[in-house]
Write a protein that binds this ligand. Structure first.
Ligand SMILES: N[C@H](CCC[C@H](N)C(=O)O)C(=O)O
Length: 276
């Protein structure tokens, strides 16, 4: 079949967005991997598949797939791109768009400057919710790797994140540590691995080796998880500029019991069709 899609990105974290309402499609893991392949396919970090909402109180529903074909619960950069997608296709005239993903319901707010602000919900910190194997909840945990032991925070933004502090993101061995953390046995559903450098109490540098996609130029849920981890360690204030290789996001978290707000850009690249 010929599949219509829209290519988009959030700070270089790139997506194939598919309208699964006007075109009936079943995405097998193999089809996802072929579409996401940067040489044999279109190429992307994740695929967003728009579906008819199950819940009458939401405007849209979409599913999220990593490049390796795994379906996931949440995607921060994808949420911003989704808002841009439905606005550009005139599927809504709303400034506040209520969407449903596997993680639950989120509100996407379009800002006057073209950016999108997403209420990412409350972070989950109990090991069973992440999921992470630990005797009890703690601010940090020791995570043994083959050549070192990392001190990580474990945070769920609907999807699991391990966040480690590094002195300099540019010299941190992300290529070596990332894959080991991603598939560490203490994370039964694997994990996104964030490497955070504290610049000040209002700014961090961050690299993320994403579960199912490898290192990306930006990770929205990873930026949220890093700020939560930094605040729990009393290293950050409530509004933080997060510098990722692809650009910067603003993350706000007032503390436990509060939701995390993420603001940043979403970019349309091109419309396309592909035979699958
Ligand atoms: N790789 C992530 C999903 C995409 C998250 C990221 N692209 C974002 O912007 O939050 C996971 O397996 O949980």
């Amino acid at each position: 079949m010929r599949l219509r899609f829209t290519k988009m990105h959030g700070l270089g974290n790139d997506f194939i967005v598919i309208d699964g309402i006007s075109q009936r499609i079943r995405l097998s893991e193999d089809k996802i991997r072929r579409l996401a392949d940067r040489r044999f396919g279109v190429g992307c970090d994740q695929i967003l598949l728009v579906e008819v909402p199950q819940n009458p109180d939401v405007d849209f529903r979409y599913r999220i797939y990593n490049a390796d074909g795994s379906e996931v619960e949440n995607c921060g950069n994808g949420a911003r791109c989704f808002a841009r997608f439905v606005i550009e296709r005139k599927l809504t005239g709303k400034r506040d768009i209520v969407v449903e993903t596997a993680n639950g319901i989120m509100t996407l707010h379009t800002l006057d400057n073209g950016d999108v602000r997403v209420n990412m919900g409350e972070p989950r910190l109990t090991p069973s919710e992440i999921p992470f194997t630990a005797d009890q909840q703690a601010v940090t945990y020791a995570l043994p790797l083959s050549s070192t032991t990392l001190e990580i925070s474990a945070v769920s933004m609907g999807n699991p994140h391990a966040v480690a502090l590094v002195d300099d993101v540019n010299t941190a061995p992300v290529e070596q540590w990332g894959p080991e953390v991603e598939s560490h046995p203490l994370f039964p559903q694997r994990v996104n691995a964030g490497f955070m450098q504290i610049v000040s109490r209002q700014e961090i540098n961050l690299r993320v080796y994403e579960r199912g996609s490898g290192e990306t130029l930006a990770c929205g849920t990873g930026a949220c998880a890093a700020v939560v981890a930094g605040r729990l360690r009393n290293l950050l204030d409530s509004v933080v500029k997060v510098n990722l290789p692809g650009g910067s996001l603003t993350i706000e978290w007032q503390g436990e019991g509060q939701t995390v707000l993420m603001s940043g850009p979403a970019t349309h690249v091109f419309h396309g069709q592909v035979k699958i």
